[in-house]
Design a protein around this ligand. Sequence first.
Ligand SMILES: [Fe+2]
Ligand SMILES: [Fe+2]
Length: 272
Amino acid sequence: MSAFVDLRSLAREKAPALPPEALQEALLVHALPTWAGRMKNEHGSARVFRHLAEQLDRAGLDGAACREFAEEERRHGVLCAAVLEALGGQAVFVEEPCDYPLHEDASPLEAVARNVLSVCCLSETVAVALIGAERLAMTQGPLRDLLESILADEIGHARFGWKLLHEIVPRLSPRERARVDRYLALAFADLERHQLAHISDASSPGGLAAELGVCDGRDMRALFYRTAEEVIVPRLEDLGFAARAAWDARRITACASSSASSSGPGRSAPGS
Ligand SMILES: [Fe+2]
Ligand SMILES: [Fe+2]
């Protein structure tokens, strides 16, 4: 069921001081939807980690870290809401139900591998790259501090996933590994679709926009592809997955699949 989320009072307590020269209409047109999107994505990521924590517990693994990550994502949502309020926006939105796949066609361990892969190794790794670039485009100040505090948590989320995947992979049978390979093409397709939906393909509106966390969309899309092809794919190949072939097959697989929700938990992008 959809839920109405109101972060206004929490956000107003944390509203950062923004450079007055940046608060001009031409920039706000870009900055307001950017931070509203981040707020929703971050807030939604908390639910994904709560589901992952429960899934880990059910599979006999320890979900405690993911419960902490859920709290961190909730905090990220409030921080992004605080920026939105400081820009003159309203930190309220309707949250759609969380479409978290349980992968009941797979063993509990393979199902965990699929979701850890999608949530942490793909989405969180991309988030680290994108937020890292966004914060480097800013000069020192409250907004950069805010992004750096989010980035520190996202690095932890990605590292957790890669470490857990290293532990799980030797316990998967050859058949399960082959099935994860097939799943990977769907997960890549899901990741690409989500990122392209959230990263504009427009050029940057100008120098001051970067101070408000609005980077050049083409640069950010290019960074996404470089992260996928030069970081994620090689790391998965090192783990023994046929990740290069899965990446190359992602668009064919996406077209062939009538069920996008079977791939990944629909994760967040810039600012996951
Ligand atoms: Fe995260
Ligand atoms: Fe986050």
